[in-house]
Design a protein around this ligand. Structure first.
Ligand code: BGC
Length: 671
């Protein structure tokens, strides 16, 4: 019961009526069945709903959608008889280059935690265990199997652990995956401090710790220090650390029966909640409801970056022809990226979505513009994309010229952004910039839609183009959602869940030369100043800041007040303000509430997100918004006493429409 007996399974005990444990990837949907060697089992019964990627979900800033994402994926997993979904994944975005940024949520621990808790709750409401991953500090893919992370204790507690902690203590996650990398010289899969002390001790975790695949490196240390189930790809299974070797170690007295019993108890405890539970609701897969969830997440995730000429929403009555350009208009995104692929029952591409919604009245032409095939090799290292394809670019420009307007789809794809490697830089792949330039010159009425799961350097586009939309690997309903946002059926409300740096070296880990480390060691020198905490504190202008995203309407903030001026450490701060929709479209706004502590005894970030609320406001309507911050959430982690400490004194509260557009503020005191 303690080690794999298949790629995604471990054995039960027939004699005792204990079922096998069946896991599967996540986090973008239930992964297809694979055969030994990881190839597709080529079944026709295992297609599933493709949900938008993690950073897309985070861009919605909508915990209710995170719940529905978990709920529907759980329902699909159970239909496939899966006990444990290897999702959600939410390591902090420390460097924008991390190959799994698209799977993860955010650079901010608070937004991260709020979404993680709801994803877990949704999934487990279906009696499928969430396996939150990757615990912990798995923030780069370069050397992920060996790299040792050196991070100070305060940063670990304030930045990298909060979402894991919340998913256990609030979300009640039944399982967790230990990460591949080391923390302070010790593999996370044999890290007594992370697994026994913090997770099972401080957080009172009752469930099971599952190793990442092939991530266990020892028998006695891993067994005694907290891993409960060793997973990996097939070797002869009896050679696993937790197979014959564990038996020998028990016989030799190096691992006690108490430790073994504890692991079995944890596994059974998970089974009682899942596969052996008697009150499981009905399971289903690929339902209209699941498609609707994928659609709702996609529509709320799309970020309007620039709309200077008010080209959006499209004035469809006045448009006769649209040139749709770019490989990403016809590319699908459900497969790729290593483990997080989903064999989607269907995926509506951007071109198909636009044709569905507009094709009757508007002539839509298409030119591919570039090839999105990504095949890096040693031979083409440093020049993976070769030269721009001038014939394709010329054809795209001609197509754009002969239409009323152009919508150009560029960005990354699921081959380019992937597990097990990081991107080398932030530049747009596939020679996209010359294409953007040519199409824009051919038709100044060009809307640029960038598709990606992580920040890219789009500074040229920001400079030269008037209309920019950010989209993601946006699930089965991708194209329909995009078309509805472009036409204004849905007003965009996505906000960036991470900072887009103007240049890579502005990012903290890169500014300090603290990535990807040397000699398999990486020092998190920026400490707590991750993401916007760094940019704000060091006064560096980003390309687009954390929390940024426009709407077709305008919101005016006013009347910020707090229920009191002075608080005790056990109090709740209740802040209220008014937000008026002053434009002509109904829209959703995410009000973000940051705190700022001046004159602190410890280093503090310029501001930290502590609350947010997304709400729908009709044109002309004024909404009253209430945001709560428990005073205890103002605490910093004090390394001397190993306790969270709320400093007395003054705190600024900053309410904004992004981390840099602060509209209202107030001051409170903590006694
Ligand atoms: C990944 C995990 C995944 C596992 C099983 C590993 O390579 O890091 O996230 O769940 O493979 O596919």
């Amino acid at each position: 019961m303690l080690h794999a007996n298949g790629i995604f399974t471990s054995a039960g005990v027939k004699r005792l009526g204990i079922p096998d444990l069946v896991t599967d990837d996540g986090p973008l949907g239930v992964r297809e069945e694979v055969k030994p060697g990881w190839g597709s089992a080529n079944l026709t019964t295992d297609s599933a709903t493709f949900f938008p990627n993690g950073s897309a979900l985070a861009a919605t800033w909508n915990p209710e959608l995170a719940f529905r994402y978990g709920h529907d994926m759980g329902e699909e997993a159970r239909k496939r008889n899966i006990t444990v979904m290897l999702a959600p994944a939410f390591n902090i975005c420390r460097t924008p280059l991390c190959g799994r940024t698209y799977e993860y949520y955010s650079e901010d621990p608070f937004l991260n935690a709020r979404l993680a808790v709801q994803s877990v709750k949704g999934m487990q409401s279906q009696h499928v265990a969430a396996c939150v991953k990757h615990y912990a500090v798995n923030n780069q893919e370069v050397e992920r199997d060996f790299v040792s992370v050196n991070v100070d204790e305060r940063t670990l507690r304030e930045i990298y652990l909060p979402a894991f902690k919340a998913s256990i203590t609030e979300g009640n996650a039944w399982t967790i995956m230990s990460a591949y990398n080391k923390l302070r010289g010790t593999y996370c899969s044999e890290n007594d401090y992370l697994l026994n002390h913090i997770l099972k001790g401080e957080w009172k975790f009752k469930g099971m710790v599952i190793s990442d695949w092939g991530g266990v490196h020892s028998t006695v240390n891993a067994a005694n220090h907290g891993v409960d189930l060793e997973m990996g790809s097939p070797l002869p299974y009896n050679t696993y650390h937790f197979a014959d070797k564990l038996l020998d170690s028990v016989k030799a007295g190096k691992v006690s029966m108490r430790v073994i019993d504890d692991k079995i108890r944890r596994i059974l405890w998970v089974m009682y909640h899942t596969s052996m539970s008697e009150n499981k609701p009905a399971a289903s897969i690929n339902t209209p409801q699941h498609s609707k969830t994928a659609y709702d997440i996609a529509t709320e995730s799309i970020v309007l970056l620039k709309n200077e000429n008010h080209l959006l929403p499209l004035n469809t009555a006045a448009i006769k022809s649209i040139a749709v350009i770019g490989d990403n208009a016809t590319h699908t995104f459900h497969l790729g990226g290593f483990g997080a692929g989903v064999k989607a029952r269907y995926e509506v591409t951007a071109l198909a979505g636009l044709k569905n919604k507009l094709g009757k009245d508007i002539a839509i032409t298409f030119a591919q513009g570039y090839s999105g095939v990504y095949r890096p090799s040693r031979r083409n290292a440093g020049n993976e994309f070769g030269k721009p394809d001038s014939a394709m670019i010329a054809q795209a420009a001609a197509t754009a010229k002969s239409a009323d307007m152009a919508i150009l789809f560029i960005g990354g794809n699921r081959d380019y952004e992937s597990e097990s490697r990081d991107r080398k830089d932030l530049s747009l792949p596939f020679n996209e910039q010359p294409l953007v330039d040519a199409v824009t010159a051919a038709n100044p009425k060009t809307i640029v839609v960038v598709v990606g799961g992580a920040p890219y350097d789009i500074s040229q586009i920001k400079k030269n183009n008037h209309t920019i939309v950010w989209s993601w690997y946006n699930g089965s309903e991708n194209g329909n959602a995009l078309a509805d946002v472009l036409t204004g059926k849905i007003n965009p409300s996505g906000k960036l869940p991470f900072t887009f740096p103007a240049q890579l070296k502005d990012s903290p880990a890169h500014a300090l030369n603290a990535y990807p480390g040397e000699n398999l060691k990486v020092d998190y020198k920026e400490g707590i100043l991750v993401g916007y905490r760094w940019f704000d504190t060091k006064k560096i202008e980003p390309l687009y800041c954390f929390g940024y995203g426009l709407s077709y309407t305008d919101f005016k903030y006013s009347g910020f007040t707090t229920n009191k001026k002075s608080y005790k450490p056990t109090d709740l701060i209740t802040a209220t303000l008014k937000v008026k929709n002053t434009g002509k479209y109904a829209g959703k706004e995410t009000v973000q509430l940051y705190i700022s502590k001046t004159g602190s005894v410890v280093e503090r970030a310029e501001k930290e997100l502590k609350a947010f609320k997304k709400l729908k406001i009709a044109p002309g309507e004024t909404a009253s918004v209430t945001l709560n911050i428990p005073v205890k959430d103002l605490a910093y982690y004090d390394v001397k006493t190993s306790k969270w400490v709320v400093e007395p004194g003054k705190y600024k509260l900053l309410a904004g429409t992004s981390s840099r557009d602060i509209e209202q503020s107030g001051m409170i005191t903590v006694d």
